[in-house]
Design a protein around this ligand. Structure first.
Ligand code: PHE
Length: 338
C-alpha cells in the first residue's frame, strides 16, 4: 500500500491537462468509481485495526491532493480559454452585414399601405388551387385559352383531385372572400402566381401580383377611376391616368389603366416607347355572373377589381431593367434596398 500511495502522490502532484476532456479523464482515472484512489480506499478495508489510523490519514491526504490539483487545473483551463481567439466574444461587434428588405416586398408593402388608408385590408389564399376558384367562378368559359396547358400548370392527380392547379392570378383569393365574407368587401390580395410562359427578360414562370376588390351597394366605374388615380398619385406622384377598353372574363366593362409618366428624360422616352404613357394594371367592374357565382345579389351590389404585377411596378420604381435581377439574390443589388 505504501508504494501505491507514493506513486499516486507523485502522479497527482505532476498532473497536467491540455483541455477539459483530458482533465475529466484524469479525474475519473483517480477519483471515479473505479479510479485508482477509490480502489485504494477499497483495499484499506482489509488493513488491520492497528494500522488503520496511519493509512487512513495518508489516504485522505492523497485524496485531498488529487482533488485540489484537479480544481486548480480546472480554473486554470477556464481562465485560459476566455483569452483564446476562437471563443465567442459577445462584446465584439457583429461581423455580418445586416440583411435588407427585398425590393418586391418593399413595393408590396408600399402598395398595401396606400390602400390601407382608404379601408382596404390584406387577404391571402392558397397557391395551389382548383379550377372553380381560379377559372369557373370567375366566368371563364370552358374553352377559354387561359385554361389551356400553355398557360396553366395543372397538377397531375394530387390527392385524388384532378382539377388542382397552380393559380395563374390572385383573383382566386377574391372568390374565396366573396364566398365567405360579409359585405361590403374592400380587400387587397397579394401573392405569387404561376404561368407557363417562356423565360425571357420580360416574362417568368412565377411572378407576384397584387389584386384589389371593392364590393358594396352603388359602387361605380367613377369610384374605380378615382381610387386608381389616388393610388398612382400616392405611389408614383402622378395623378393623370387613362382607361383603355380591354377584356377580362370576370369584369364588364374591363379596362387597362395607363398612367401619364411624362417625357422629361431620355429614359422616359425609352420606357414609354415615346408615348409618355405607361400601362400599369388591368381593372374593371366585377361581372354580375361572378357576383352570382359566389352567392352575391348582383341587383343590389356592384364592385370593381384591379390587378397588377409587382415586378413591373418595382422595375419602374427602381429603374431595374431585367426582371431576373429580382430572383438572382445578388447581394450587390439587394443591399441597395435597405
Ligand atoms: N386577374 C387579372 C390578371 O391576372 C388582373 C385583373 C384583376 C384584371 C382584376 C381585372 C380585374 O391579369
Amino acid at each position: 500500500m505504501e508504494t501505491q500511495i507514493e506513486q499516486l502522490w507523485q502522479l497527482a502532484s505532476d498532473l497536467q491537462a491540455k483541455n477539459a476532456q483530458e482533465l475529466e479523464a484524469h479525474r475519473i482515472g483517480l477519483l471515479g468509481k473505479k479510479g485508482k484512489i477509490t480502489e485504494l480506499f477499497e483495499a484499506f478495508k482489509q488493513v488491520s485495526a492497528e494500522e488503520k489510523k496511519m493509512w487512513g490519514q495518508k489516504l485522505n491526504a492523497l485524496k485531498k491532493l488529487a482533488e485540489t490539483k484537479i480544481e486548480a487545473l480546472k480554473s486554470q483551463l477556464q481562465d485560459g480559454t476566455t483569452k483564446t481567439e476562437n471563443v465567442l466574444d459577445l462584446t465584439k461587434p457583429a461581423p455580418l452585414a445586416l440583411g435588407s428588405t427585398h425590393p418586391l416586398r418593399k413595393v408590396r408593402q408600399e402598395i398595401v399601405d396606400i390602400f390601407r388608408h382608404i379601408g382596404f385590408s390584406v387577404s391571402e389564399g392558397p397557391e395551389i388551387d382548383d379550377d372553380w376558384h381560379v377559372f369557373s367562378a370567375l366566368n371563364f368559359p370552358a374553352d377559354h385559352p387561359a385554361r389551356d396547358m400553355q398557360d396553366t400548370f395543372f397538377m397531375e392527380s394530387l390527392g385524388g383531385k384532378d382539377d388542382l392547379l397552380l393559380r395563374t392570378h390572385t383573383s382566386s383569393v377574391q372568390v374565396r372572400l366573396m364566398e365567405s365574407q360579409a359585405l361590403p368587401i374592400r380587400a387587397l390580395c397579394p401573392g405569387r402566381v404561376f404561368r407557363n410562359e417562356a423565360i425571357s427578360t420580360r416574362s417568368h414562370c412565377m411572378f407576384h401580383q397584387i389584386e384589389g376588390l371593392y364590393i358594396d351597394e352603388n359602387v361605380s366605374f367613377a369610384d374605380m377611376k378615382q381610387t386608381l388615380s389616388y393610388f398612382t398619385t400616392a405611389f408614383f406622384g402622378k395623378s393623370q391616368i387613362r382607361l383603355r377598353p380591354s377584356y377580362f372574363p370576370f369584369t364588364e366593362p374591363s379596362a387597362e389603366m395607363d398612367v401619364y409618366w411624362g417625357l422629361n428624360s431620355e429614359a422616359d422616352y425609352r420606357i414609354t416607347k415615346g408615348t409618355g404613357w405607361l400601362e400599369i394594371m388591368g381593372c374593371g367592374m366585377v361581372d354580375p355572373n361572378v357576383l352570382e357565382a359566389s352567392g352575391i345579389d348582383s341587383k343590389k351590389y356592384t364592385g370593381f377589381a384591379f390587378g397588377m404585377g409587382i415586378e413591373r411596378i418595382a422595375m419602374l420604381r427602381y429603374q431595374i431593367t431585367d426582371i431576373r435581377q429580382f430572383f438572382e439574390n445578388d447581394k450587390r443589388i439587394l443591399h441597395q434596398f435597405v
